[in-house]
Design a protein around this ligand. Structure first.
Ligand SMILES: Nc1ncnc2c1ncn2[C@@H]1O[C@H](COP(=O)(O)OP(=O)(O)OP(=O)(O)O)[C@@H](O)[C@H]1O
Length: 312
């Protein structure tokens, strides 16, 4: 095993009384796609913003390569940022409508001092467009002239323009028509492999995550409750929350009727249940779950989960 590209230890973020991220340990292997799943409000986007240092952590560590990301400032942080890019859910909002596609792809190169001269940068922009399946003629057009899927292609090309080591994709296909989602997921997968980029892929949709991720972590109310290689987590989910998410997913193949669907709403992050945070919705909750928070434990095959049932 090579050292992970990105690692967090006991990462926490509070917004007043809201505990958005609670002691998250992550390790993203280089050149792989790591999926972070959970319902809306589980803290996924906050983790993304923390690791890109768009917001400051309340406590905990973030290591990027051999650097302590939370201590970086000034020029060193700027250099680091060049190696990290984000792809957002909304390709309409994330592209500047007043810039042509060519300008959109040249600008990050300028900001980060990549390439020498306008000509080289425009050549690179055209080659990025071709990579994401758009013609050279797109260079002089504006984002609004493209469909949602095409705009997400432009956003992917822009993310690649600085040759990043890490791409954080936050719900990158959730705003797209279902018919276009698979194309964009394929493209992201191809790009990731081609460029050997490490990707943190965030989605509430387990089907989407299964499609692209090598490893998966499941978040609930700011904590990671289960983690492991993709097939292990899908085929043998150990945590009742993961089981319920899988049973509740549209098109779920699990028709064995043994597993409960996800009941009720996720509690508010400013009133997290004591003990196990999932107990208020867990069909298996018992006394111990009220008083003691379960620790992550090994369930074999590189999979870990935090549930008292595992001790039974
Ligand atoms: N700037 C903020 N101020 C206050 N609370 C916040 C802020 N950002 C996030 N939160 C809260 O933190 C919790 C986690 O939010 P976050 O957006 O990270 O979840 P998520 O899993 O990404 O969900 P979604 O998909 O809806 O964005 C939520 O309760 C949210 O309301």
């Amino acid at each position: 095993m090579t050292a992970p590209l990105l690692e967090t230890r006991a990462l926490c973020k509070t917004f007043g009384k809201v505990q958005a991220v609670r002691s998250v340990d992550l390790a993203l292997p280089r050149g792989r796609t790591f999926g972070l799943v959970g319902e809306s409000g589980s803290g996924k986007s906050t983790v993304a913003r923390l690791v890109l240092r768009l917001i400051e952590a309340t406590s905990g560590d973030i290591r990027f390569g051999d650097e302590d990301l939370r201590r970086l400032g000034g020029e060193a942080l700027r250099r680091r940022r060049r190696r990290m890019q984000m792809i957002f859910q909304d390709p309409y909002g994330s592209l500047n409508g007043r810039m042509t596609v060519g300008e959109t792809l040249v600008e990050p190169q300028l900001v980060h001092d990549i390439g020498t001269g306008g000509r080289a940068r425009r050549d690179r922009a055209r080659s990025l467009l071709r990579e994401v399946g758009l013609p050279d003629s797109a260079m002089d057009r504006f984002p609004h002239e493209f469909s949602g899927g095409q705009r997400q292609r432009i956003a992917i090309a822009r993310a690649l323009a600085t040759d990043p080591e890490l791409i954080v994709a936050d719900e990158p296909v959730s705003a797209l028509d279902v018919s276009v989602q698979a194309q964009i997921l394929n493209l992201l997968g191809d790009m990731q492999r081609e460029h050997q980029t490490t990707m943190l892929f965030i989605s509430h949709d387990l089907r989407v995550v299964r499609y692209v991720c090598d490893e998966i972590a499941v978040m609930y109310l700011g904590e990671i409750v289960e983690r492991g290689p993709r097939d292990r987590v899908y085929d043998r989910p150990a945590h009742p929350y993961t089981q319920a998410l899988l049973t509740s997913a549209p098109g779920s193949p699990r028709k064995d009727g043994k597993r409960a669907k996800l009941a009720g709403e996720i509690p508010s992050a400013d009133a997290i249940p004591t003990g196990c945070a999932f107990r208020s919705r867990c069909p298996h909750a018992f006394d111990r779950c009220k008083i003691e928070a379960p620790r992550m434990q090994d369930v074999g095959g590189g999979q870990t989960a935090a549930c008292h049932l595992l001790d039974r």
